[in-house]
Ligand binder design. Structure first.
Ligand code: ZN
Ligand code: ZN
Length: 146
């Protein structure tokens, strides 16, 4: 994977929501949890984790609040016009925001380094044997250097 050029930009399909990120992602994961299969239309979601204060977002997202399988309260932000899932965040980790990799202007910049919740994946799901996988939730994020 080549070093992403900063800022990393993206937005929803209709263009009403746009963002710009001034730092590289801390982690990129593919998530097969049951909730993500709804947002991913059957597949996993691919999620890049960023420090929240590095992300500048314009436009209005609708906030869908739910309890994750982990027990954490989650916020999923989607565009009310085109329905694109753009953000995800956990109340347990308020300093981080997740951007859905499909919304990056260049999705190739963020290859998943881990697959999580693979126990919840459908039997036909394709897992890349080169990518580490964990049957349940993600391991803790690495400490953030400043
Ligand atoms: Zn939109
Ligand atoms: Zn998930």
């Amino acid at each position: 994977m080549s070093e992403p050029k900063l800022p990393i930009t993206g937005g929803c399909l209709c263009g009403a929501v746009r963002y710009s990120v001034s730092a590289e992602p801390i982690a990129v994961r593919q998530c097969w949890c049951r909730d993500c299969q709804y947002w991913g239309s059957g597949s996993a979601t691919v999620n890049a984790v960023f420090e929240r204060d590095k992300v500048a977002l314009t436009g209005v997202l609708t906030d869908f609040v739910s309890k994750a399988e982990s027990g954490n309260t989650m916020h999923r932000g989607f565009c009310p016009t085109c329905g694109t899932p753009v953000t995800s965040a956990s109340d347990a980790r308020p300093n981080f925001v997740i951007l859905r990799v499909g919304t990056l202007d260049q999705p190739s910049l963020a290859a998943p380094a881990m697959a999580i919740w693979t126990d919840s994946a459908p039997q036909w799901a394709h897992m890349d044997p080169e990518v580490p996988a964990t049957p349940k939730g993600a391991p803790p994020l690495p400490p953030v250097s400043r």
